[in-house]
Design a protein around this ligand. Structure first.
Ligand code: ATR
Length: 282
């Protein structure tokens, strides 16, 4: 293994749409680090073999995205607290012959929330979370830590919501609401977070009524393509404060970059502009 090459990448299937090479490439360039961050399309059945080979090729680590986050969790030899809490790993670090698994989505969401909606965004009142997949687990972990008094979980498949609640040890702060019961889910809430992929370019639209959501509530979407989803546009039209998905993407990458390359990079307006440009095809 050579320590002089600075190599990392993102493993997913498919991977062609990933903004991560642009994001990490920006920081490598900015910090004058000679190296590369590449997109690696890897089929689910090949994931283990690829990860085993990467340290031998000089990779310092990798980002892990859909559909490999649970496989990465199962394969890692050590886990950070957020990976253990969520059962998902989005960052692998190869160190001293070991594969370490981190979940930086939790910190990424928390940092984005703080930056865009302020320190009381999670704790100001009940929070409604749409979805119960891997992204939802990371966001619930972040919201619990940030002091959310009540989290209403709203998912199409109730069984999955029940599994999520069981993962978190059935906290009294976690409540289950039915998909489509927008009055019960949003009434009195101070924050709404979409963690599903609905509303993303190429996916089905998110059909939701914001009528019951108090005017003082903020609305966050983890989708960043389009940057202003129909949910965020509707929320903005009603006067709600909003947060798009780019913040979480940028902030989850900070601890990953730091653990591979030893430099803590910054989330800046220039970086955001670079990613917005990439989203528009430039
Ligand atoms: P991720 O790990 O990125 O969260 P996922 O585990 O596939 O991805 O979760 C996707 C989420 O979007 C789930 O909550 C899913 O709901 P189900 O558990 O019922 O599948 C939700 N989702 C996807 N398509 C949906 C649709 N057409 N209507 C409602 N929810 C949908």
């Amino acid at each position: 293994m050579s320590a002089s090459v600075n190599l990392a990448g993102v493993i997913g299937w498919p991977i062609s749409q990933s903004l991560s090479p642009r994001l990490h490439g920006y920081w490598l360039n900015k910090h004058g680090i000679k190296g590369a961050y590449v997109a690696l399309p890897v089929r689910p059945e090949d994931f283990g073999q690829v990860v085993a080979a990467m340290p031998l090729m000089g990779f310092a680590g990798a980002s892990v995205t859909v559909p490999h986050k649970e496989a990465a969790f199962a394969l890692a030899q050590s886990l950070d607290e957020d990976a253990r809490a969520t059962g998902a790993v989005n960052t692998l670090v190869f160190e001293n012959g070991m594969v370490k698994g981190l979940n930086t989505d939790v910190r990424g969401f928390a940092a984005s929330l703080m930056e865009q909606l302020g320190s009381r965004a999670a704790s100001a009142g009940p929070v409604a979370v749409l979805g119960a997949g891997g992204a939802a687990r990371a966001i619930v972990q972040a919201l619990l830590r940030a002091g959310a008094p009540e989290i209403r979980l709203v998912n199409r498949t109730r069984k999955r919501t029940e599994q999520l609640v069981a993962t978190f040890g059935s906290s009294a702060r976690l409540q289950i609401r039915d998909w489509g019961d927008w009055t019960g889910s949003l009434g009195g809430a101070q924050l709404l977070v979409n963690t599903t992929s609905l509303g993303m370019t190429g996916k089905a639209p998110l059909e939701i009524s914001l009528e019951a959501l108090p005017r003082t509530a903020a609305v966050a979407d983890i989708v960043y393509n389009p940057l202003e989803t129909a949910l965020l546009a509707a929320a903005r039209a009603k006067g709600h404060r909003t947060m798009d998905g780019l913040g979480m993407l940028m902030h989850q990458a900070v601890p990953a970059f730091a653990s591979w390359f030893g430099v803590t990079p910054e989330v800046t307006p220039e970086l955001r502009a670079e990613l917005v440009k990439a989203l528009s095809g430039a």
